[in-house]
Design a binder for this molecule. Structure first.
Ligand code: FES
Length: 176
């Protein structure tokens, strides 16, 4: 896929052009799979290829979906369907620090909504957005199984319990 112009008028490279080494790594991985003419058989490898693609690129935008579809001989809509079905996969850039606020019942009752609002305010992001510098992603999760610590916030794999709105700047500073 060729370059496209973004709103500011600057040339924006697609992810495949921007990271040729990543693309090489993905293609090398795909080459190890016993793919062939049988599309049904190839389809069986789709999820593992998408896992690898996300591991390498951190997200799977349209141009990468198209590349995977071509490599496996599948239609783009099949690849897109899998990505939209599984919440694990994302087609949007993800920040270095993924901040997720649990909004399950126990956390919500104990003020997770206010904590989420405070993160939104501090980071100037909405739920589901990533900062322009790709440092922070903000999101919400349903019960992470630590209800006794409600409200719970996760930053990548680190768990923060009994989080208050006052702790929000501290948590963000710890990331930087
Ligand atoms: S509801 Fe948040 S950890 Fe269970």
């Amino acid at each position: 896929m060729s370059c496209e112009n973004c709103a500011c008028g600057e040339k924006k490279l697609d992810i495949l052009t921007k990271f040729p080494e990543n693309l090489k790594g993905l293609d090398k991985y795909i080459a190890t799979l016993p793919l062939g003419e049988d599309v049904d058989r190839n389809r069986g490898f789709l999820i593992q290829v998408l896992h690898k693609a996300q591991e390498i690129f951190s997200y799977i935008p349209l141009e990468l979906q198209l590349h995977v579809a071509n490599q496996l001989g599948l239609h783009l809509s099949e690849v897109y369907g899998v990505i939209s079905f599984y919440s694990y996969f994302t087609d949007k850039p993800v920040g270095k620090y993924k901040i997720n606020i649990c909004t399950g019942t126990a956390c919500f009752v104990k003020g997770a909504g206010n904590v989420l609002d405070e993160f939104k305010r501090y980071l100037n992001l909405e739920d589901g957005e990533t900062s322009k510098d790709e440092l922070f992603s903000l999101g919400s999760l349903r019960c992470v199984g630590a209800c006794s610590l409600a409200p719970v916030v996760m930053v990548n794999d680190k768990v923060y319990g009994n989080v208050t709105t006052q702790m929000v700047p501290e948590i963000i500073n710890e990331c930087q």
